[in-house]
Design a protein around this ligand. Structure first.
Ligand code: HMG
Length: 408
């Protein structure tokens, strides 16, 4: 049975902060941000958007493509680390907002940025097990990345959501039925229950990410060899993969990851590693276009890279295999592969990610700081900014969402 990603929907807040303006305001050389981090803009969520409304908008944009219907969904998973309630899951708000049938299993997943991939893997196994009974899974990864104002991590914020239909006979990405996993308890990035902004041990988090990449790739290779532990002598990993997509908290992290992969593979095989710069320019850098302008979307970050590849170049990749690396602080990571399905361009042509990026309005640093201090308390979006759903208000500790256009 072939299982994988059948459709992608993306939603981004309508506001973006140019990072040269933030660099000037914070007295940081702009080269550190553009070259050192590889970042140019970050998406900013206004007070009427939270993880639920972003997710509902991403799913609504997917259904508006006209090739899937809420009635077909038997599993609804929402992955987020910026949930709106400690008990009530984001997924149940979506269940109502989207009109999903009552005989649908639904819950929220958390493991920092890894949870989106956890959702995709659970959904794929649900289909392979036969429990789906011909139905589809809807997995939505949604987050607002927030760090304290004036902190060095402030430049690596962002916001957005990606929705994925996982089904049998997928039309976009057919998942290979194996992956490599790595988990270890580390305090690299965390957010205690009473805090809105994340805490991070920045440099340590970069090391944890790279160590987890090594571990996940070693496990992938062992799985590919039909063994559970140990190394093998198969060819270096990037060979045979047309593109590599990495969890991208900031674009330079994907560069560091790719360089680490090539070095580790070179050490393992004893061969001279491929030229890192050349390989990065062809296999990785072109797929960071959305991340450069959006920033970190935590659970959605890897899938934003996939959406950008599909949006920009699906026809070029039809019939080719790609590799994907998902990392969630704390930490858990997974390396997996899949094939872009022949005919994928017809489905990918409906994502509209480039148009979404272009339609955004630039904020001043003062407007951004006001949004950041206010948080998601609800409000009324200006007419032209209204999506399918927004957070209207929070009353008696209950969140009230309003639905707008896109579908019924
Ligand atoms: P920092 O202290 O702002 O920056 O922290 P730095 O001093 O490390 O400089 C950054 C880069 O800019 C360096 O390049 C400098 O050399 C360069 P590198 O050595 O790394 O190649 N640089 C310059 N380049 C050109 N011109 C200049 C200049 N000055 C310096 N004038 C850090 C950066 C990423 C640590 C910080 O922003 C941070 O803490 N961010 C948040 C944590 C993070 O994103 N970690 C990534 C791995 S963990 C992860 O991905 C999980 C996560 O998504 C959460 C989850 O799982 O839920 C975060």
């Amino acid at each position: 049975m072939t299982v994988g990603i059948d459709q992608i929907g993306v939603y981004l807040p309508r506001y973006a902060l140019p990072l040269e303006a933030l660099a000037a305001a914070r007295g940081v050389p702009v080269e550190k941000i553009h070259v050192g981090l590889g970042a140019y803009q970050m998406a900013i969520a206004p007070p009427w958007e939270d993880a639920v409304s972003l997710a509902a908008n991403a799913a609504a944009r997917l259904f508006a493509q006209g090739q899937a219907h809420p009635g077909e969904i038997g599993l609804l998973l929402v992955a987020t680390e910026t949930a709106v309630d400690h008990a009530k899951p984001a997924s149940i708000f979506l269940h109502e907002l989207l009109g999903i049938p009552s005989n649908c299993r639904t819950f929220e997943l958390k493991h920092a940025c890894y949870a989106g991939t956890a959702g995709v893997m659970i959904a794929a196994d649900w289909i392979r097990s036969g429990a789906a009974r011909g139905r589809k899974a809807l997995v939505v990864a949604t987050d607002i990345a927030r760090y304290p104002l004036q902190s060095s991590a402030e430049f690596t914020q962002g916001a957005g959501a990606v929705s994925l239909i996982v089904s049998e006979r997928p039309r976009l990405l057919a998942l290979d039925p194996l992956s490599g996993v790595f988990a270890r308890n580390v305090y690299d990035f965390w957010r205690p229950l009473d805090r809105r902004e994340a805490l991070v041990d920045g440099k340590f988090s970069v090391d944890c990410y790279l160590d987890a990449l090594d571990g996940a790739v070693a496990d992938y290779r062992a799985a590919a060899n039909g063994r559970h532990n140990g190394e093998d002598s198969s060819q270096p990993l990037p060979a045979g993969l047309a593109a590599l997509l990495y969890h991208t908290p900031f674009p330079k992290m994907a560069y560091k990851a790719h360089r680490r992969l090539l070095e580790s593979e070179g050490r393992r095989t004893g061969e001279t590693p491929a030229d890192a710069e050349e390989s990065y320019a062809v296999q990785v850098e072109p797929w960071l276009g959305a991340a450069r302008g959006v920033g970190n979307t935590y659970t959605a970050s890897l899938y934003l890279c996939l959406a950008w590849l599909a949006d920009q170049a699906a026809s070029r990749f039809e019939g080719k295999r790609i590799g994907l690396f998902s990392y969630g602080s704390g930490c858990c990571a997974e390396f997996f592969t899949g094939g872009i399905v022949p005919g994928a361009a017809a489905v990918a042509g409906r994502i509209g990610l480039a148009a979404l990026l272009q339609a955004r309005r630039e904020l001043s640093v003062e407007e951004y700081e006001t949004f950041a201090r206010d948080g998601a308390h609800g409000g009324t979006p200006p007419g032209e900014d209204a999506g399918f759903c927004h957070l209207a208000a929070v009353r008696d500790d209950k969140r009230i969402y309003e639905r707008g256009r896109y579908f019924g």
